[in-house]
Design a protein around this ligand. Structure first.
Ligand code: C5P
Length: 309
């Protein structure tokens, strides 16, 4: 019997980036928000000695690495090693999250594989342990397990669930081609050096969550959330991909109440006042020619979970 897990993409409604640490990471105040756009990972039993094998379908499937760097395969092996069992499983990724788009699609697949293999192998791993294994896989993987809205501190892996009211309506403008997350963090450091502020964790104060943003989420107030959206990686993403400025402008002109680059980009995220406005913004963005495609969706939604029915 196969197990299919559905897992959400994320947008960062606040991405506060501190200085570069000695270990190559940056301390963050990272407010993750899980949206209904997501991937599905199916784990199917494989014969003993087969190891972990991987296939992928979806519009961007050709860009998904199917080698050892794939976080879903690494997740299966990590979980198996933790329990001292063989990682014999076939994983199929039905990919809908843009690849290298700043929406944590690879991380989502890692989280989904942990949950799918845990169920397939009937391991009953406690959530706390799954979160620790997820943090080993990458900074954004624990949030994909949790879902909802959460503040991530440290490199983003130390999570605190945040209160949120109602549903927010989003549009995502998907660019042609991805951006490398390390390259965008590196560009952020370079721009800080160029500006003379310094870029290390002794130069840049540790960021904190914005109280106005937390209140907007708790109150379910899209206009207040739109006004509070910030991303410290946005100038770096725009520096590497100047064309994104036209995408952000096109969404705002089309009636979005808030606009920002999603995570390290190049996907741009737009907040709309309601579902109808989100559909209109998505249609206008698609017609604008400033992105490959635009998708209306909503959130928050739960984290990685076995699909039933
Ligand atoms: O944790 P993850 O493997 O997703 O991180 C990818 C890269 O992004 C890191 O190697 C680092 O260059 C950068 N990064 C960072 N600070 C963070 C998270 C990621 O500099 N908090």
């Amino acid at each position: 019997m196969s197990v299919t897990v559905r897992v959400p993409a994320k947008v960062n409604v606040q991405l506060g980036v501190g200085g570069l640490r000695g270990d190559g990471f940056h301390d963050l105040a990272n407010v993750f928000f899980a949206v209904a756009l997501g991937d599905e990972v199916t784990a199917t039993p494989a014969a003993p000695g087969t190891g972990t094998t991987l296939t992928c379908t979806g519009p961007d499937a050709g860009q998904v690495p199917l080698d050892d760097s794939n976080l879903a395969a690494r997740a299966a092996r990590l979980l198996a090693a933790h329990h001292g069992i063989e990682p014999d499983v076939h994983l199929h990724i039905a990919k809908d999250i843009p690849v290298a788009g700043g929406m944590a699609g690879g991380s989502a697949d890692g989280a989904a594989a942990l949950v799918a293999c845990d169920a397939l192998w009937a391991l009953g791993t406690p959530q706390e342990t799954l979160l620790a294994l997820a943090a080993e896989l990458g900074s954004d993987v624990p949030f994909a397990l949790l879902g909802g809205v959460a503040l991530g501190r440290g490199r983003g892996e130390i999570l605190e669930a945040l209160p949120v009211t109602g549903t927010f309506h989003w549009v995502f403008a998907v660019a042609d081609g991805g951006l490398s997350t390390p390259a965008v963090f590196h560009e952020c450091d370079r721009l800080r050096e160029e500006a003379g502020t310094g870029s290390t964790d002794t130069d840049v104060p540790t960021p904190d969550a914005d109280p106005a943003l937390l209140a907007a989420l708790a109150d379910g107030d899209p206009a207040a959330l739109a006004a509070a959206l910030t991303n410290d990686l946005q100038s770096a993403a725009l520096s590497l991909r100047p064309a994104l400025a036209a995408t952000l402008a096109a969404g705002t002109e089309a009636g979005a109440i808030g606009a920002l680059v999603s995570g390290s980009g190049p996907t741009c995220a737009f907040l709309a006042k309601d579902a109808e406005a989100a559909e209109a913004v998505a249609a206008a963005l698609t017609a604008s020619g400033t992105c490959r495609t635009a998708r209306a969706t909503h959130g928050p939604v739960p984290g990685a979970a076995v699909r039933t029915g």
